[in-house]
Write a protein that binds this ligand. Structure first.
Ligand code: PXG
Length: 463
């Protein structure tokens, strides 16, 4: 990758703050500071308009599973665009890449999931979920069975239904959310909310909140439970081992659908194709996006179990739902090329047996740092909890988020992209990261922790 370039950074920044409304951004703060202009990506590396290089510890935004700059995907997209850039899938029409992709996904997903509804993003996937599960129960003559249970601090997208399913309080405070018929239960976040319970006890407690909620609402009113196998944006919440088996028992006992939001956990992140497989869950529906195309083009979908498809296809009236870009041929071509790379380079197996264990060992060792209260990781998704007074996990920093932001800024300056959630640091690198690059990531993360620790010592926030 060339280290110099011709981008006019100052002018781009000025135009950016004049015209570009960024997502999830404090506009005034961004205008004051100016955004980093990212101009190039290759493998796990990014380069900005001033020629600075960054190790992309977040795989774009939890999505660049095959790494940046893959020529194979660019070529597949180019070829498809020349042939047929776009046609829709309405009115009894279809296209070859979307068919091939649906077939491929049925092959890769657990055996009982053989149908897919395509859309443009994870948010649209979850909007589709809400409409589809309600349509399913209505078709079975139970239109009143329409409540969807989700979890606090979950992230399911930014559309009206996605943000409603999500459990982010600041999002609900804007725009009149959640929409009706969505309920939330506690998350299985032992480090932050486990009190004096052991992880195992807390995992059972958190799972049983689902049963309590179903019983309080009445099973005849509950359509589905939706959850990420591991909560990503919420702070890489890895549930205690007791959690998913108990959820499985509860979903099996009550007649409700289980929806796995695989937008982050899907396509190898956990060392299995899907996070629900890692936890032995058998979802009725799976939301997918991000790693489906590794972010090369926007695409999402909902995978549908035979049990649900049989009803919706065999008994239902028309499902009045769909997007212009459902089954977009060029996006499907990108997804196919991406999945081909994941298969041919054995990236899922690599996360399970090679780079995953190699990286985890070093990441978990960061738990010994005086600032780190807990290091956790599954596959290639992990977090570090920063605490002021180790080993207490009950004491937190004042003004939650300030220390995380400080640490993230040090990280950027050290040429490493980590994301901060509250006061924890998050990592989710491309699955192609090499051993040497993993070592480099850990080196930069260690330096970042040391600098953060020193700064906090200096201003008295740690003793
Ligand atoms: N479900 C999950 C589990 C997600 O992580 C979505 C749905 C929505 O996908 P789209 O494609 O509509 O964005 C997501 C997206 C963050 C961050 O700050 C995470 C996401 C999106 C934006 C920011 O960690 N995840």
């Amino acid at each position: 990758m060339p280290s110099s370039n011709l981008y006019p950074t100052a002018e781009l920044r000025a135009a950016d703050s004049r015209h570009y409304l960024h997502p999830f951004t404090d506009f005034k703060a961004l205008a004051a500071e100016g955004a980093r202009v990212i101009v190039r990506g290759e493998g796990v590396w990014l380069e900005d308009s001033d020629g600075n290089r960054y190790l992309d510890g977040m795989a774009g935004l939890w999505c660049s599973n095959v790494g940046h700059g893959r020529r194979e995907i660019a070529d597949a997209v180019y070829e498809q665009m020349k042939e047929l850039a776009f046609y829709n899938s309405f009115f009894k029409t279809t296209n070859a890449p979307a068919i091939r992709l649906a077939e491929k996904l049925a092959e890769l997903a657990p055996a009982h999931l053989n149908h897919v509804f395509f859309c443009g993003s994870g948010s649209e996937a979850n909007d589709t979920v809400v409409r589809l599960v309600r349509h399913y129960w209505a078709t079975l003559g139970k239109p009143g069975k329409d409540i969807i249970i989700a979890r606090h601090n979950a992230y399911h997208g930014s559309t009206m239904a996605g943000a409603s399913l999500g459990g982010m309080k600041p999002m609900h405070s804007q725009g009149g959310l959640p929409i009706p018929g969505i309920e939330h239960i506690p998350q299985p976040y032992w480090f932050g909310e486990g009190g004096d319970l052991s992880p195992a006890e807390f995992g059972l407690w958190a799972a049983r909140q689902l049963e309590a909620k179903i019983e309080a609402l009445g099973e005849n009113r509950v359509a589905a439970f939706i959850a990420e196998p591991i909560q990503g944006a919420g702070g890489v919440i890895i549930p205690p081992e007791t959690y998913w088996p108990e959820i499985k028992r509860i979903c099996g006992k009550h007649d409700i659908l289980f929806v796995a939001d695989e937008v982050i956990c899907g396509f190898g992140r956990t060392g299995r194709w899907f996070g629900s497989e890692y936890y032995g869950m058998e979802p009725d529906l799976m939301s997918i996006a991000k790693g489906l195309t590794s972010g090369y083009l926007p695409m999402g979908g909902v995978m549908v179990a035979d049990r649900v498809a049989d009803v919706v296809i065999g008994m239902g009236e028309e499902f009045y739902h769909g997007y212009t870009y459902s089954g977009h041929p060029t996006c499907a071509a990108a997804a196919l090329a991406n999945l081909k790379i994941i298969q041919e380079e054995h990236l899922v197996e690599r996360v399970a047996n090679d780079i995953g264990p190699y990286f985890q060992k070093q990441w978990l060792a960061l738990g010994d740092h005086p600032l780190v209260g807990e290091a956790r990781m599954v596959g290639l998704i992990g977090a570090l909890e920063l605490v002021p007074n180790k080993p207490s996990r009950h004491e937190k920093f004042a003004n939650t988020g300030d220390v995380g932001t400080l640490c993230r800024d040090f990280s950027f300056n050290n040429g490493l992209v980590m994301r901060a959630t509250r006061d924890s640091m998050i990592i989710s690198p491309p699955l192609v990261i090499s051993h040497a690059e993993a070592d480099e990531l850990i080196k930069r993360a260690t330096l970042t922790l040391d600098q953060t620790y020193m700064a906090l010592k200096k201003d008295g926030r740690v003793k």
